[in-house]
Design a protein around this ligand. Structure first.
Ligand SMILES: Nc1ncnc2c1ncn2[C@@H]1O[C@H](COP(=O)(O)OP(=O)(O)O)[C@@H](O)[C@H]1O
Ligand SMILES: [Mg+2]
Length: 373
């Protein structure tokens, strides 16, 4: 834990009745960054937000805020505010009173409330909308009112539970920029929840990828995209080719019936692994000039690129993103660099995975094999 840490979960387990929805989760959140909890529906994202907000208490483990255990601190005593998925605005109150609600409960003076509400509305570009009825506001504007209502309390952490999922695509993209910009201007910590991987990649400093009550992997968007820890993360974040293989030795992998140079090390000889290559890392060549040959099965035009799929001689399917066209039924070659081959070990924990990757960039840890390519 560093002095930048604002929230820490230590072995936090959450059970409802008898079913476990979080399995002893541990993580740290640093001050002033944009975090995203990403995962499919039901994986425990909202549960983590509810634990941070204090709406529920953990079955096991500890939650720290600024270094102190807050397991039993009530929600209204935490420096945290939540923007809910359905906004939860008061339809019978106008914009001003919706934003002022929490300040009125705190019994602040009217003049102070007026200043703070004005400032919050300015932050979300709703200056001058004070007297509007909520029912007269569009979806995007209601979203902004909900955010203003949360930031008017000057929380240290803002929790946002799928706040953009009800908006149409164009508005959603706009709001993604706005939220990111708002976080930078406010300088507070955002914990944002989404099941949309593109949204997570576009907005976050750090992403936690969740599945079935476990954090599978945490890291920057590029870390997670470039080096997914396992099949779940690779599949969930972007498109990927995953085929069975084995490690012959350090820097030598076998898959699709052939051997290839790669950049991975630290496996036992002949250890079975999964090989992942991103579709955009495959280059189309003449059949005999590639690392692999596939027979093209289908092709779709996707605007920026063609999406081509086909099968190699071992029967593995390969997806290719290319600006070059291919002919369905023909054979093409696929060329890729050793760096494009990503080797995933079965059942590896995040700690083991991070250690293995660190060794790649640290020759002292990697030993004599470090520059042996
Ligand atoms: N109050 C509750 N009682 C029982 N089960 C719940 C309750 N809240 C959530 N769950 C279950 O916990 C799991 C995780 O829920 P949740 O955190 O809301 O997931 P997410 O936000 O990722 O979709 C789900 O299987 C959900 O059905
Ligand atoms: Mg949820």
């Amino acid at each position: 834990m560093t002095d930048k840490t604002i929230i820490r979960f230590e072995g936090v387990k959450q059970q409802y009745d008898r079913s476990t929805v979080l399995n002893r989760v541990s993580f740290e959140i640093e001050r002033g960054k944009f975090y995203t909890l990403l995962g499919p529906s039901g994986c425990g994202k909202t549960t983590i937000l509810r634990l941070i907000a204090g709406f529920i208490q953990p079955t096991e483990g500890n939650i720290y805020f600024n270094g102190k255990v807050i397991n039993n601190v009530p929600a209204d005593k935490r420096q945290v505010n939540t923007v809910f998925q359905d906004y939860a605005l008061f339809p019978h109150l106008n914009v001003f009173e919706n934003v002022a609600f929490g300040l009125r409960i705190k019994k602040l003076k009217n003049a102070v409330i007026a200043d703070k509400v004005k400032e919050a509305l300015r932050f979300v570009n709703l200056e001058g909308y004070e007297d509007r009825e909520i029912t007269e506001m569009s979806g995007g504007q209601r979203q902004r009112v909900a955010i203003a209502r949360a930031i008017v309390n000057e929380p240290e952490v803002l929790l946002l539970d799928e706040p953009l999922s009800a908006l149409d695509l164009k508005l959603r993209t706009e709001m993604q920029y706005e939220l990111r910009e708002l976080q930078r201007r406010l300088g507070i910590t955002f914990v944002f929840v989404t099941h949309d991987q593109e949204e997570a990649l576009a907005m976050s400093d750090e992403i936690f990828v969740l599945n079935e009550g476990d954090i599978q992997q945490s890291g920057t968007p590029t870390d997670i995209y470039d080096e997914p820890i396992n099949r779940f993360v690779a599949d969930f974040i972007g498109e990927s080719n995953i085929v069975p293989g084995r490690m012959i030795a350090d820097f030598r992998a076998e898959f699709a019936g052939k051997q290839f140079d790669c950049v991975d090390q630290g496996f036992s000889p002949n250890e079975p692994v999964e090989i992942m290559i991103r579709p955009e890392d495959l280059e189309i060549t003449e059949p005999e000039q590639g690392n692999l040959e596939i027979k093209v099965d289908s092709q779709l035009f996707r605007g920026v690129h063609y999406e081509i799929s086909g099968y190699d001689k071992a029967g593995n399917e390969w997806l290719v993103h290319s600006t070059k066209k291919a002919v369905v039924g023909s054979s093409i070659g696929l060329r890729f660099d050793p760096e494009a081959i990503h080797v995933m070990r079965f059942g590896e924990t995040e700690e083991e995975f991070d250690k293995r990757l660190e060794a790649y960039s640290d020759p002292a840890q990697a030993g004599a094999a470090g520059d042996g390519r």
